[in-house]
Design a protein around this ligand. Structure first.
Ligand code: GTP
Ligand code: MG
Length: 584
């Protein structure tokens, strides 16, 4: 089928092969099987859970999405381009190697193009037609990756067709822009949905994440043939925000499984391997060597740090071309399962992601979360708190993990390192909730609920969906859903928890006050969710007192003034990328 399509394309006049205007025709002729999915994906709101829409289309499972995206990434290349190029000529030049299914440009230390071919063979063809640069005084390591540099043969003589190309955006909007958008929303529900739309990963950003994993996999495969590098965490669990890190899992378990099943007869062949005293040591050795590889041979992999003595050993690095901060782990299969579970929760009800994004953003705005590890709460823990809260509604908006386990069939069975990680993976088998509460109510109730939660004696437990006695004395106890004896928020200090509680109470109070005195005519002042995202100027000790004293409208006004006086925009720029105070 694909070969026939190539033939058809080759017989078209060149002008018809290349233009962006003709991209849909090009696609229809070139990649028949992927077209429908592609068009549908583009129509969907970007970054949303890829589950198929409203009921009629069967929802895709997490592994189906991963498989599809992975295969797509393997046919894709990353090209560093001159700042001004003719897109038409560029695409025509590349289509010598085969039909192109999709492309986009973005900026990160220069202009990059992500080009997805229809067939994997086109990538090999491009690699075969590419030279290793001669570096003058320096020596190049001849590593043949899928990251290329495009040079123009005559840079001093640009043609009129060479112009700045349109780039897709991979950074969240500035705080100022976000606040403006929220102020002009119709309702608090609208505000939460706007925030989700603005901050969620775009289709292009998601593609770039899978591509980056695929590029790292190429490097790891030099040692471990047939290994897989899979994204996990917020890049894939549907709660990722533009700018979030890229968590990767080097999966070595699949190696050899397939061929081992095939052996027949009286003999069993095994690879001769080296042994080390423990699984942990094996993980450390593997990550150490991959870290070296990334450092020495990985194009654009910079700042490689081997953090091998952590509870979960990892290699951290920046992938310059994509702009992602990457954490590579191995032997971390439970985290992959957690990502799948969160993906399911995110897909079950459209209110879940809107609420999680808002709470994460609220927490970041008040420095309750941070990008550096410490005694503060993590985004992962916050997501668990929202899920738990939604399980506690009447009727519940989300099912408990135990009930998802009850719905599982034999194929869903999953035990990792002795921990039962079984739950139903087919979203279509889970009954939607009958709860119709608005996002506004849920937001308010979330703050009320956790502003008054008995953290001193109770633990949060999404497996059973009810409070339980705390098994240990950490200030905040959120049971790890799979390794049930562990607390995912063990790091959180009493003072951080106290700050969370006070801010939650304050936010509930602001929302309640606003019901009473929100000026309906003026949308230029922060209100609703926007008011909650303003950095709190009060310190936690005097918080309660001040809240009682000042009317909400006055407080919001003074907060706004304080922001204005602290600078024109609460955003800084690093490496040409925007960073905002609301960044998670
Ligand atoms: P971001 O803050 O957007 O990166 O969210 P994230 O969910 O990706 O969090 P993070 O990068 O810190 O961790 C990646 C994944 O590792 C999470 O999604 C979880 O699956 C897992 N994880 C993180 N922290 C913990 C923890 O304390 N315990 C367990 N069991 N898993 C964790
Ligand atoms: Mg992450």
């Amino acid at each position: 089928m694909a070969a026939r399509a190539v033939g058809l394309l080759a017989s078209l006049p060149l002008c018809a092969q290349r233009s962006q205007v003709l991209r849909p025709i090009h696609r229809l002729l070139s990649c028949p099987r992927t077209v429908a999915a592609e068009i549908k994906r583009e129509e969907q709101s970007s970054g949303s859970v890829e589950t198929g829409s409203e009921g009629r289309t069967p929802k895709k499972t997490f592994s189906e999405v991963q498989k599809e995206r992975r295969e797509q990434a393997q046919r894709t290349v990353l090209i560093h381009c001159p700042n001004k190029i003719s897109v038409k000529k560029f695409l025509k030049y590349l289509s010598q190697h085969g039909p192109i299914n999709n492309h986009f440009f973005y900026e990160s230390f220069g202009l990059y193009a992500v080009v997805e071919f229809c067939q994997k063979e086109s990538v090999t063809s491009l690699q075969n037609g590419t030279r290793t640069p001669s570096m003058g005084t320096e020596a190049a390591i001849p590593f043949r990756s899928r990251v290329f540099n495009l040079k123009t043969k005559n840079p001093s003589n640009p043609t009129s067709e060479q112009s700045r190309v349109q780039c897709s955006i991979h950074a969240p909007p500035s705080s100022k822009k976000l606040l403006e958008l929220l102020c002009y929303a119709e309702s608090i529900d609208d505000q939460l949905n706007t925030l989700l739309k603005e901050l969620q990963l775009t289709e292009e950003n998601t593609k770039l994440r899978y591509l980056t994993c695929s590029l790292i996999e190429d490097i790891a495969a030099a040692y471990f043939l047939d290994c897989t590098v899979r994204p996990f965490g917020s890049s894939v669990n549907s709660f990722g925000k533009l700018g979030c890190d890229l968590d990767m899992f080097l999966d070595l378990d699949e190696i050899g499984k397939f061929s081992a099943n095939k052996t027949s007869g009286n003999f069993l062949m095994e690879f001769q391997v080296k042994n080390v005293p423990s699984e942990r040591m094996a993980t450390q050795k593997i990550l150490s060597v991959i870290g070296e590889c990334l450092d020495h041979f990985g194009p654009g992999c910079v700042g490689v740090q081997k953090i091998l003595n952590a509870r979960c050993p990892l290699v951290r690095f920046s992938h310059q071309a994509s702009g992602f901060q990457c954490d590579l782990t191995t032997n971390n299969r439970i985290a992959l399962k957690s990502s799948e579970l969160l993906y399911i929760y995110g897909a079950l009800d459209s209110r879940v992601r809107a609420l999680v994004f808002s709470i994460r953003c609220w927490a970041r705005a008040h420095s309750l979360t941070s990008s550096i590890p410490g005694s503060w709460i993590t985004n992962f823990s916050l997501t668990m708190m929202v899920i738990f809260f939604l399980q506690r509604r009447s009727p519940p908006i989300l099912p408990t993990l135990d009930s998802l386990k009850t719905l599982a069939d034999a194929e869903d069975k999953c035990v990792i390192e002795g921990h039962n990680c079984t739950f139903v993976r087919d979203l279509n088998k889970i009954k939607p909730s009958g709860n119709t509460e608005t996002l506004e109510l849920l937001l308010k109730e979330f703050f009320e609920y956790f502003g008054n939660f008995a953290f001193n004696k109770n633990s949060i437990n999404i497996r059973q969906g009810r409070e339980q006695n705390k098994p240990e004395s950490s200030p905040l106890h959120i049971q790890n859903p799979f390794e049930t004896s562990l607390n995912i928020s063990k790091n959180v200090s009493q003072s951080q928890l106290q700050k969370f509680v006070e801010l939650a109470r304050e936010s509930a109070w602001i929302l309640n006050q606003e019901d009473k005195d929100r000026p309906s005519s003026s949308r230029s002042q922060p209100w609703g969710l926007a008011a909650l995202l303003l950095p709190s100027v009060v310190n936690s000790a005097s918080l309660a007192k001040r809240v009682r004293k000042k009317p909400a409208s006055e407080r919001i006004k003074s907060l706004l003034e304080s922001i204005k006086s602290s600078g024109p925009e609460n955003a800084t720029s690093t490496n040409g990328k925007r960073t905002v105070s609301t960044q998670a």
